[in-house]
Each structure stands twice: as structure tokens, then as C-alpha cells.
Design a binder for this molecule. Sequence first.
Ligand code: FES
Length: 608
Amino acid sequence: MAYRVEIHKRDGVLSVEAQDGDNLLQVLRTSGISIDTPCAGKGICGKCSVRVSGIEGGPSENERLLLGSSMLGRGYRLACNCTVTSDTMVYTDDSKNEAVIITAGVQRDIDICSVVRKKYIELTPPDIEDQTPDMERLLAGSGMTAGSDMQPLLRRLPSVLRDADYKVTVVEADGKLISAEPGDTSGSLFGAAFDIGTTTVAAYLYDLNSGDLKAVDSMLNPQRKYGADIISRINHTKQSEENLIEMRELITDCINELLKSLAGDAGISCDEIYHAVFSGNTTMLHLLNGLDASALAISPFIPVTCGLLQLSAAQGGIAINSNGILTDIPCVSAYIGADTVAAVLSSGMYERDGISLLVDIGTNGEIVLGGREWLMACSTAAGPAFEGAGLRCGMGGVTGAIDSLAAGPDYGYTVIGNDAPAGICGSGIIDAIAVLLDEGVVDETGKLAGSSNWDSLPDETRKRLADIDKMRSFVIAGENESSTGESIIITQKDIREIQNAKAAIAAGIDTLLHSAGIGYDQINRVYLAGGFGSSIHISSAARIGLLPRSLADRVTAIGNASGSGAAECLLSNIMLKTSEDIAKRIRYIELSASAYFMERYVDNMLFL
Ligand code: FES
């Protein structure tokens, strides 16, 4: 039996057909509706809420917990929990996706010596005395050897040579001929660097002759619809060959769209781009290459390969010049990927004296310790709480998110996009917990003050404490201030989620230090990599114990260090080789079997 599902969006109404028993989230996805699904439809993140009518059957326990009575009363449900059993109307908020994506990172001064180069040459035309074939003539005239895939060039070569009277520009990669163009085009050579994050994809277009940055763009990773975390995405690809192909196409389409946008902004054609370099975690690079990532998700966590991968653009389905090359920066292990290697490269910590600590906080936190002499790294599962998932009013760093909170009695906040607030993102909640700890509203065990112990609190603070849906909560913005008509609150459960996440990062740092046999006082500098690291307030992160307090004055946020590292590898063959060296030098410390990590995890749950 088929039913009508009427989807009301910001820009109009879409009417689609659904079968009896279809999952509402699936119906929305197949109708092209972009909807946040950090938990991949498991019903535990609370982010796929939509206003519906026509759904039979009441809300589940999780919906009661995650949405609260007020939202349920207004007709909100979790799409992934709803089954279509009659004609249904859905109201989506498809404005939620305007993410603030950090693309800027540190820029080191490096010598430009790109893997791909161009050279203009003038060949002697053939005659009856000289019947050398075209390709042999080109190789002899250029002094190069043939690249691995000459087929595309062989097909075009007769016209390339004759169109410009044997005056041509040859394109080489690592000394091997990969292409030729008629006339002198040596002044035009471009490359693109990509940082493929689990949440966002950042893209940079460079002039490979001058090293100038010509354009920057970014997008949300379209694979998010299969979950915010890599395990959900791997699980999706394990279900069928088609799913793996789809996952690959989602990211290659995204990259090709970004390439088009970069080329448009710079006023060039994608054909002028001859090299693309990719950084990303190990799973993202597996999915980009269509590699089976299943073994990354189960012990003993084995990648198909960690090596530096190079293939032709045509093979990789990436829309640069079809004779161009694609390079993946090497990884270290299943959970220390090319993004970490690239961040170590661009931070410069691998060649510095003294000891540096690099921390990239995300769903997985990657931590690297060391310097010129040695490097070691670990990865710790912080969970999605810092990205707002699983929190009552949590949301990513998108328009409408409260991203900072000041102390009482006013508890002033700032909102991304300066809109009325719709929720709170990771940096906002870290500030909030730091403020509440300082004011004694939250104690060192993470407990929010109750009526039995709030006598010492100022009136303005007490007024914000309430039991909402049977859960102790602190109100940051009242329902009259918010854009949703709901109060923006932090619940006791939210604080527990943040405690788990910060304890995982802090315990990872402690375990690396323990493995190296050093203390905090021996660390000379701390690099905070990644978009989240750039948005948090260091003092608040130190106050809640996400970062060691004694290191707070040594912290430098280095933005999208993975993107910067990818750019360095694009611009310099030496940096690309250095990235290989870094990947080999990093000793990976596995935390899942570490008793010391567990011990420190429990200790770090406290807000000391
Ligand atoms: S996708 Fe529905 S609750 Fe997470």
C-alpha cells in the first residue's frame, strides 16, 4: 500500500510516494532532503527531528529523553524512529546546514618544487630522412621517460604536435612525461589540495609555478548522511558492494564540485589542474579510493594500505586534467591517518628541538608527542559530544549555535551568524561548564546543584536551574530568546557526555606522556589542530580538564593543519617525501589494550 508524504521545506513543498512501513528518514533521504544524522539513524543523537503529522504510534523512550515534552507536544519526532503507515506531512528545517568551516591554517615558508612541472620545447619536425615516430620524437626532445599511462596522450599526440608546428609544452611528474600541450602553456600550471574530514571537506587551489593560493572552498562531507562517525560509514559500506561504490561516489562528486568552484573562482579551466593531493583520516582515504574499509573497524584494526598512493586522475575519477596525477598522503595506522601526518608536517614539530604536543579534537581525538628525535601518537574515541550530538540542545558549529558563554549574573552569549540561538555547539558548552564550575553550580564530580545545595548561589543563577523533563538543567537562553521557541538548556546528562569526551582526550595525552616517560613540565609547546581546536577558548578547555591546565599558556591553535600539510605536499616534492618520513617515524600507541589509559580515563572524569 502506498501513501503520500508531503515534505514542507524552506523553499517549497515536495510530494513523494512511500510504501506502508517505510522508515521516514529513508523517505526523506531518497527525496534528496539533507538531514543531520550523526548516529546514522540509531535514534540516539536526537538530531534528525522534524515536525510531522500523520505518524501513528507514540514516541519512544529515547524520543522523550532527547526531544522533551515541549517539542513532542509541538509535533516533533525523530525521523529515524518514525514509520510511514498513512499519508504524512513533514516540516523540515533545511536551514541547519550553514556550517562554519575552518579552512585557514599555518603557512610555512617553503621552497616551491612541485612534483608536476611544465617545460616548453621546440622539436625538429619530421621529414623523409627522419621518420621518428611522434612519441619517440617527444621523449627524445624533452629528455624524459614515458609515464605509466600514455594511452590518453598517444591518442591526442598527432594533433598536439602538428597544431603548433612541433612547438609544445611537456608536463612531467617526478621526471616522467605525463602530458603535452600545443604551444607554450608553461605559465599556466595549477594544483589542488584537499583535506577530507569526516564532517567537512576543505579545498585549496594553488598556482604551482608561483606557489600562490588562488582560491579556497569547502563543503560538508556528503557521506554524513550515513552517520557522523567513521564506524557508521564503514558499517554502511559493509552491507553491499553498491554501498561502497555509493560512498566513493559521494566523496568524488563532492571533490569534483569543489574543483569546479575553485576553477571558476580563479578563472581557469579544470584541465589546467594537473595535480591533486589528498589528506584525510585513514577511513576517508579508503573510501575515496573505493577500498574495503571493514578491517579498520574491528580489532586488530588493519588498513588495506597506509603507503603514499599515486594514481592517474582518470583512474581516480577526479575531474582535473585526465593526464594529471592524484596523490594521497601516507597514513600511520587505522586511526592515525594522513590528516595527522599532514598536521605534524605543517606544524613543523617533526624538526623542532624540545618536545611538542599536537592535539586534534574531534569524534576521534588524535594526539602526537615528540620532536626532532622521536614521534609517537595515539587516537582516542571522544565521541560526538563536542559536535553537539547526543546533547539535549547540542548542534554543530553552524548558524544559530551558541558558541561562547560569559559568567553570571548575565550569562551573556554569542551566536554564530548573530541570529537568535537555536542550540549550543561544542565551544559554547565547554565555556558553559567552565563558568558553572567556577561559580559552584557544577561540582567536581560533574553534578549540577540541586535545591538542597543552592542556597549559596546568587538569585540570578538559581533562577536558571530547573528540573526539565525530570532532569536537572541549567537554562542558558529562555524560550523567548531562542529561534525554536524552546529554552536552550544544559542537562545533567549533557554534562556527563562532556565528561566522557574530555576524559578520553585527557587520558590519551596522559598515556602518551607515560609511554614517553615525561611529565607536563617537559613539554615546550602545544599545537591545537583542526576546526574545533580553533573555536574553543583555551582557558575554558583547561578549566574543564580537556587540556592540562599547566600547559594552557603554551597552546597555539594552528587551524586546519591537515589542509596546510596537504598544500605543502602539493607545492613541494621535498615536503611530500618528508610526509612519508614522518609517517614511518611515528610510533603508534594502541589505547584499547592499555590499562594505564583506563586508569587515567576514570581519574580524568573529575573536574579538578
Ligand atoms: S539520526 Fe535519528 S536520532 Fe540520530
